[in-house]
Each structure stands twice: as structure tokens, then as C-alpha cells.
Design a protein around this ligand. Structure first.
Ligand code: KPL
Length: 306
């Protein structure tokens, strides 16, 4: 399969490298310098779970590309720009593999092809130019965003991932929405808490950090149900606990963003919960507080409008 991986951060670089190992796949990684130049010069080095070097095609120009699949792995606040650039090219399908919610709607607004949603618990950190540390294997789940997209494209993408030895599952449109909301609960609990307390994810596995898991999961599950996605409180809390245990030694992406003085994805994580909850009259005080605290930090550094 011809695959464009749009966004060469941690997850994009890892998926790009794993997919590029398959001789039948042809992978183009779209990213920024100096990472892209380093990959062009010396290849993309993966360390950790497995160690290898691959040489995918690379570019800093995301316009006028064409492929079977565009796998979108940019930060959520860059999805609009990515969608505009992708719209100048031609793809059979596009799949969001990003944190937070709302990315699929943004892609669907700009692109004519079927939009898939994806979520993954694979762990990766971009160590430096040309290098990504693969620090945890999990799974990846894909499914059609639009229930009318029943032409089997999600299955084809699933097969392409399976050929790269990724642990993959394919869901229908309802199933992938439930997965996305559960992942949202994990991100809503882990990301701002670890960023504010400057701790690794495992801190939410023991008191006092663990005291936050249940209330946050309950707020997210209630908001999901009010939005028409049927997940219950207990399974949502269990999904958060599972992510905490599986990534205990990792720094969350929001913790890393804050350490490096970068804008975070809080708006599409806790912010998304707060907005959907407001529409449906659900009370989400913990998510609102976390969104406000991270937003205050971003505003003070000029990373967002106050
Ligand atoms: O996706 C993540 C992130 O850091 O953004 C979690 C699931 C919290 C793992 O670190």
C-alpha cells in the first residue's frame, strides 16, 4: 500500500518506520526539519522494543501528494492546516491517528475521500533528529468515521497495519467511537495531571493521583452518553487504569509539551469534554478545572489567546 504519514512526531515516526519495514508498502513521511533532513541523510533510526533503521521517502511539503492512505499524526491544533494541504493531493482514504476529538470532522470538511478514525496505545518518543524511541507495544484500532463508508477501506488499512506486525483491530463506526471516548478519558485524566504535577503516568496508579481517575472517567463517560455514545462509568475507569499501568514509566505528551514550553492539546482533550458537556447540560467540574489550569499556563506564555 502507498502510505503518506502526515506528521513526523513520536507516533508518526514510529508508525512510518514500522510500515516502511514492509517491502510491499511505500511510505512517505511528511515532517519538519531538522528531523526530515536527518532521515533523508541517514535514515530513520528506531530504538527500544526493536532496533532498526529504515529509509522512507521524506518531505517537508505536504501539498500535491497522492497515496492509497494518508495517516494523519500531527498535533490536533495542526489538523486544519494538514487537511488543507492534503486536499491539494489525492488519497483513497485518510485516517486520523491523533490525540483528542474533532480531528475526523476537520478532515471530512476538507477531503472527499472516506475518513477513518484510529486510536493507538503504542508508545514512542522522538529522541532527536532522525531517531524515535519505541518504548511500548500496545494496539491500534481503526474504523470508519462515517457509518455510510461501508466499502471495506477500514479492513484494508487493518490488513496493511497487520502486514507490519502491528497488533490491529478493525471496528465499525459505533465501536470506534466508543474506543475514542475511552481513550479520551485516559488522555483527560493522565495528560493534564502529569503535566501539572510533573510526574510520570504511573503516578495515577497510586494515591493520591489515583483519586482523580474515577471522577474524570465518570465525567467523560456521562458526556459520551449524552453525545449518543454508550460507554459506562466502570469500563471507562478501567480503560484509564489500563493505560496508566501500560504506560507507567512514560512521560505523557502533555508533560513533554509543558517541559519544552510548547502549546498542548488540552483544547481537544479536556476542552472537548467541557464543550460537549455544556451543550448537553452535563456537569464536568474536574475537566473544567484541568482545562483552565493548563490554558492559564499556555496563555501566560503567549501560546494561546487569553
Ligand atoms: O496518549 C497519551 C499521551 O501521552 O498523550 C497517553 C495515553 C496518556 C500515554 O502517555
Amino acid at each position: 500500500m502507498d502510505i503518506v504519514v502526515f506528521g513526523a512526531g513520536s507516533i508518526g515516526s514510529l508508525f512510518g518506520a514500522l510500515l516502511a519495514r514492509v517491502p510491499e508498502h511505500s511510505v512517505t513521511l511528511v515532517g519538519r526539519d531538522p528531523h526530515v533532513s536527518a532521515v533523508r541523510d541517514s535514515g530513520l533510526r528506531v530504538t527500544g522494543v526493536d532496533e532498526f533503521v529504515v529509509r522512507p521517502a521524506v518531505t517537508t511539503d505536504g501539498t500535491r501528494l497522492s497515496a492509497d492512505l494518508a495517516l494523519v499524526t500531527v498535533k490536533a491544533f495542526d489538523t486544519e492546516t494538514a487537511a488543507e494541504e492534503l486536499a491539494t493531493g489525492a488519497f483513497r482514504a485518510v485516517c486520523s491517528l491523533q490525540n483528542g476529538m474533532g480531528n475526523e470532522e476537520t478532515l471530512a470538511r476538507h477531503l472527499d475521500c472516506p475518513v477513518l478514525a484510529g486510536t493507538t496505545s503504542y508508545g514512542a518518543v522522538r529522541e532527536g533528529p532522525g531517531e524515535v524511541a519505541w518504548n511500548g507495544s500496545g494496539d491500534v484500532v481503526v474504523g470508519p468515521w462515517d457509518p455510510r463508508d461501508a466499502d471495506g477501506v477500514a479492513e484494508e488499512v487493518g490488513e496493511a497495519f497487520a502486514a507490519a506486525d502491528l497488533s490491529v483491530a478493525v471496528e465499525d463506526a459505533d465501536g470506534i467511537r466508543r474506543r475514542l471516548w475511552r481513550k479520551l478519558a485516559a488522555n483527560a485524566a493522565v495528560n493534564p495531571t502529569t503535566a501539572l504535577a510533573r510526574v510520570e503516568n504511573g503516578a495515577l496508579g497510586e494515591p493520591p493521583g489515583s483519586d482523580l481517575v474515577e471522577p474524570i472517567a465518570r465525567e467523560v463517560a456521562a458526556t459520551a452518553r449524552a453525545s449518543g455514545v454508550d460507554i459506562d462509568d466502570e469500563e471507562t475507569a478501567a480503560a484509564v487504569e489500563e493505560v496508566v499501568a501500560a504506560t507507567a514509566a512514560n512521560e505523557s505528551s502533555m508533560y513533554r509539551d509543558i517541559e519544552r514550553g510548547r502549546r498542548t492539546e488540552v483544547d481537544v482533550i479536556n476542552g472537548y469534554v467541557v464543550e460537549r458537556a455544556r451543550e448537553h447540560g452535563v456537569d464536568v467540574p474536574v475537566n473544567r478545572t484541568l482545562r483552565t489550569l493548563i490554558g492559564t499556563w499556555e496563555a501566560a506564555r503567549g501560546l494561546r489567546e487569553p
